[in-house]
Design a protein around this ligand. Structure first.
Ligand SMILES: Nc1nc2c(ncn2[C@@H]2O[C@H](COP(=O)(O)OP(=O)(O)OP(=O)(O)O)[C@@H](O)[C@H]2O)c(=O)[nH]1
Ligand SMILES: [Mg+2]
Length: 204
């Protein structure tokens, strides 16, 4: 069940990119050493304080493997407030899938006004990196989505991962205010400008 102050963030990307580890790091605090492939959707949650307001983030960690996704997609996209797309920096294939994941969201009416971030995971494996930051940045720019590079494994990235989820939480909070105010064309423009300004460059 979701309540008024609950926000649903769906985590999407190919299998093995680290969606479960990232969400576990954000909700549980530690690195999950031996995750099993997710089947359907795993639900996690964390309550955060934003400007003195308690906001419950429901994180929906989805299966990347097609055979484990069947039949869930239609049902889940409907309730989504924000999207976190994940690729593995050591897998070019997983990065090349991102446009397909973005189209899948669009097909389910999760369009550009829904807050989204793109996350390159496993930046600890620097020597095996196959996805140059410049390529990731231009994909992110072309969809107007902020890009982050991080690692679910590296403990020093813990706060960075918090910041990634909080970026979405802030967007959700300000969208809610806009919704209540019946957004004018100018406030929508403002929101888009804000999205551009927020784009955070990588720290790896
Ligand atoms: N080196 C490194 N390995 C990671 C990192 N994050 C996840 N892994 C490893 O990558 C593998 C896959 O991680 P998962 O979190 O299960 O991947 P997933 O995206 O949830 O996969 P599906 O559930 O099948 O969609 C595991 O062996 C993790 O230990 C990371 O930041 N660095
Ligand atoms: Mg998983």
């Amino acid at each position: 069940k979701t309540f008024l102050n609950d926000h649903v963030i769906i985590v999407i990307g190919d299998s093995n990119v680290g969606k479960t580890c990232l969400t576990y790091r954000f909700c549980g605090g530690s690195f999950l050493k031996n995750p099993e492939a997710t089947i359907g959707v795993d639900f996690r949650e964390r309550t955060v304080q934003l400007d003195g307001e308690r906001i419950k983030l429901q994180i929906w960690d989805t299966a990347g493997q097609e055979r484990f996704r069947k039949s869930m997609v239609e049902h889940y996209y409907r309730s989504v407030h924000a999207v976190l797309f994940v690729y593995d920096m050591t897998s070019l294939l997983s990065f090349e899938s991102i446009p397909e994941w973005i189209s899948e969201c669009s097909r389910h009416s999760v369009g550009p006004l829904v807050p989204q971030v793109l996350v390159g995971n496993k930046c600890d494996l620097r020597e095996s990196c196959q996805v140059p930051t410049s390529a990731a940045q231009s994909l992110a720019d072309s969809h107007n989505i902020p890009l982050f590079e991080t690692s679910a494994k590296d403990p020093s990235e813990k706060e960075h991962i918090d910041a990634i989820f909080l970026t979405l939480a802030y967007r959700l909070k300000s969208n809610k205010t806009l919704r209540l105010k019946q957004p004018s064309e100018s406030s929508l423009r403002e929101m888009r400008d804000q999205q551009e300004q927020d784009a955070t460059s990588c720290r790896c």
